[in-house]
Design a protein around this ligand. Structure first.
Ligand SMILES: *[C@@H]1O[C@H](CO)[C@@H](O)[C@H](O)[C@H]1NC(C)=O
Ligand SMILES: *[C@@H]1O[C@H](CO)[C@@H](O)[C@H](O)[C@H]1NC(C)=O
Ligand SMILES: *[C@@H]1O[C@H](CO)[C@@H](O)[C@H](O)[C@H]1NC(C)=O
Ligand SMILES: *[C@@H]1O[C@H](CO)[C@@H](O)[C@H](O)[C@H]1NC(C)=O
Ligand SMILES: *[C@@H]1O[C@H](CO)[C@@H](O)[C@H](O)[C@H]1NC(C)=O
Length: 435
């Protein structure tokens, strides 16, 4: 767990590395998560049976007229949220660590003593459309009587907790279920609007065995979706997928039960990196979603949150690893961040074509393309405030930093603002309006 001396520190001068050598970034990013592994949830196995959890009955079925409405909305249904700027906004966040009790400790920056507050006062302004402030009432109305599920890794949880806090300003979610182990799988109910919200831990989306004390690498089965969540697909109306960082770990990749395609940062197989592998896993995931939602299934919306960049500058356990207090004005996605985003966007595009081919007009897919706007928010991570009052006794020689996850409240609230806005557009709320 301890990093070596600063000479071969893989975080150092990250942006100066050349990405023209295809293999080099793979090995670089294999080392990165080794150092910060404890920032993610413990990669140990757990067991639960989701079939016990979702014995739903009453469903709302969709009348065909809604589809006609959608088609008539035309241009107003879309906005390129990815191109814009962060502008100062003194309204501040909707919630904080005092008003919301579902924030994971290490991301509750205010409560853990982060002294600066500027990072709370920014709003994302897309270049060509308006992104309204999150309106919890609109959101609750839109997902009334439905089940919204987040599936993925700790960044999925981060985004989910932001949403819970924002919904909670109107109506408090009640915890229905937790698997008791690091809160990996949880489910809430919001009685006022009969909404269920859940989170499934599935850091690859496809079937996989997470690294453990015996095996120091992940094992992925790229052609099988992870049934822990996928078996509940018919009972999920809104699905948000968020994965990526676990693909950086050393891993062996299988395609079919006994065929090894290659590996990433391991000894016995051919290095194949993780970009193509990530694409293949997303392809499998979307293929299953399209298949299982059927041709005339319930109305469903599926989102893929694109890769969320980390901001380590220097060693993760040295003071100042991510100590910015203002967003960047401009910064272009590059290297791994750009590749991972691209793979996600491309797989969503392919999945949309498949939905069309399949003829399911009740299934909508979209990429929540947050990579670029997230890259600008180096000021939004917990950094040393992943631990409470880290400098109470002065600055120690080692200071652990989380420059991956996001403070709550913080920039990740914007991901959900975009989510809501897309849903509103799909629902025809902007019909005839200039936005
Ligand atoms: C919410 O979950 C409960 C318990 O699993 C289930 O009985 C109910 O039908 C669900 N409601 C919705 C709207 O999904
Ligand atoms: C945003 O849009 C402007 C033109 O409207 C373009 O010049 C710029 O390259 C775009 N930026 C990104 C990140 O796409
Ligand atoms: C938290 O939010 C509440 C309610 O909006 C507000 O009264 C309080 O001042 C906030 N606390 C901080 C530390 O911002
Ligand atoms: C639609 O929802 C109902 C109730 O949750 C469920 O029983 C049914 O299987 C769903 N249909 C499809 C095609 O998923
Ligand atoms: C590589 O092979 C050795 C010897 O067979 C084995 O002990 C080791 O676990 C293998 N490593 C991987 C990553 O498969």
């Amino acid at each position: 767990m301890k990093m070596g001396s600063s000479n071969n520190n893989p975080f150092k001068d990250q942006t100066n590395y050349s990405f023209t050598n295809k293999l080099f970034p793979y090995t670089l990013y294999a080392l990165l998560p080794i150092a910060i592994i404890h920032l993610y949830l413990n990669p140990f196995s757990f067991s639960f049976s989701p079939t016990d959890l979702f014995p739903y009955t009453n469903r709302i079925t969709i009348s065909p007229s809604k589809e006609v409405l959608r088609k008539s909305i035309g241009l107003e249904t879309s906005c390129d949220y990815s191109n814009g700027t962060w502008v100062q906004d003194n309204l501040g966040p909707l919630y904080n660590g005092t008003t919301c009790d579902t924030i994971k400790n290490g991301q509750n920056c205010m409560v853990y003593g982060r002294p600066d507050k500027d990072y709370l006062n920014w709003r994302w302004k897309p270049k060509n459309c308006k992104l309204p402030r999150f309106n919890p009432n609109s959101f609750l109305k839109l997902v009334k009587n439905k089940h919204i599920a987040f599936v993925g890794d700790s960044l999925a949880r981060n985004q989910l907790e932001s949403l819970l806090c924002m919904m909670g300003t109107i109506s408090k979610p009640q915890l229905l279920y937790t698997d008791g182990e690091a809160n990996k799988n949880r489910k809430w109910h919001i009685p006022s609007h009969n909404i269920n919200v859940s989170i499934y831990w599935s850091p690859f989306l496809v079937k996989g065995i997470e690294k453990n004390t015996e095996k120091d690498f992940n094992t992925l089965y790229l052609d099988s979706v992870d049934e822990k969540w996928a078996k509940d697909l018919e009972f999920i109306d809104f699905l948000v997928l968020s994965v990526g960082h676990w693909y950086l770990h050393p891993a062996v990749y299988h395609n079919g039960n006994n065929v090894v395609l290659g590996c990433h940062y391991c000894q016995n197989y051919t290095e194949i990196g993780f970009y193509d592998v990530f694409g293949k896993a997303l392809e499998t995931t979307f293929r299953k979603i399209v298949e299982r939602k059927g041709q005339n299934g319930n109305e469903s919306s599926v989102f893929l949150t694109t890769f969320s960049p980390a901001h380590f500058e220097g060693e993760w356990d040295k003071f100042g690893a991510c100590s910015k207090t203002q967003p960047y004005k401009e910064k272009v996605l590059e290297g791994m961040d750009a590749e991972m985003r691209k793979v996600g966007v491309e797989e969503v595009r392919k999945a949309k074509l498949r939905v069309e081919e399949f003829g399911n007009s009740n299934l909508r897919l979209e990429a929540l393309d947050i990579s670029g706007l997230a890259l600008l928010r180096a000021d939004g991570h917990p950094g040393p405030y992943m631990n409470p009052f880290p400098f109470a006794n002065g600055v120690g020689e080692r200071v652990q930093n989380d420059c991956v996850h996001w403070c709550l409240p913080g920039p990740i609230d914007t991901w959900n603002e975009i989510l809501l806005d897309v849903l509103k557009r799909w629902g025809g709320e902007y019909k005839g309006k200039l936005t």
